[in-house]
Design a protein around this ligand. Structure first.
Ligand code: DX5
Ligand code: ZN
Length: 218
């Protein structure tokens, strides 16, 4: 069964604390938090003060996805705010080795993400020093888009490279996951899946979360 990580981007922004409590009560263990800088992607979300405000409300793993041009400048603040996993993009302008080192120095797990047009090989130089991989299945920037299923093919290449090095790094996919494609994604090898609209947008979030989890069982 894959780990389903609801994305805060699809929550009701007028009541974030309540939304986080509610989503934890349905059995969520990992909360995906999308940080957009209006530069790396054409959208803005929230900053580390949101992570800090929500930290006392929840015991969930805070999986922070930095869609930022210069994540290196903000890693320490996101770490101090209470992130557990901090993921940066291979396509950003910061030095990736420095980002990973700083995330580890802050005592957090380091993730690397690739956009749909980026080949999995971009991750390979860093595989020995990261704990999390995020494969985008939509162009980052907005929730509620349709999955690009061709992106799922990258998972096999990543996993085979990891296996050849004796590594077991969880691969998470992000974008457009829903009840109709969750099984296909699990079959492609996704260990974890972000689900924004499919969970927060559902009338019965608990049922939606359960359905996605169950359908990902292969
Ligand atoms: C997109 C974000 C995603 C988004 C997913 O740029 O990185 O995490 O919240 O939302 P859905 O599941 O609705 O596509
Ligand atoms: Zn994301």
């Amino acid at each position: 069964m894959a780990v389903i990580a609801p994305s805060l981007l699809s929550a009701d922004f007028t009541k974030m604390g309540e939304e986080v409590r509610e989503i934890e009560s349905v059995g969520t263990k990992v909360l995906h938090i999308d940080i957009m800088d209006g530069h790396f992607v054409p959208n803005l979300t929230f900053g580390y003060s949101m992570v800090k405000a929500l930290r006392p409300v929840s015991d969930m793993i805070f999986d922070v996805h930095l869609m930022m041009t210069n994540p290196l400048e903000y890693i320490e603040n996101f770490a101090k705010a209470g992130s557990d996993v901090i993921t940066v993009h291979t396509e950003c302008d910061s030095d990736l080795g420095e980002c990973i080192e700083l995330i580890h120095k802050c005592g957090k797990k380091a993730g690397l993400s690739i956009k749909p047009k980026t080949q999995p090989e971009a991750l390979f130089p860093y595989l020995d020093s990261i704990e999390h991989i995020l494969v985008m299945t939509v162009e980052p920037g907005f929730g509620g888009q349709s999955m690009m299923p061709e992106c799922l093919d990258k998972i096999a290449a990543i996993k085979s490279e990891c296996a050849s090095r004796g590594l077991r790094i969880p691969v998470m996919i992000d974008g457009g996951v829903n009840a109709s494609n969750v099984r296909m994604a699990a079959e492609a090898g996704a260990d974890m899946m972000v689900a924004g609209n499919a969970v927060f947008g559902a009338a019965d979030r608990s049922a939606a979360f359960r359905e996605l989890s169950e359908r990902s069982e292969i």
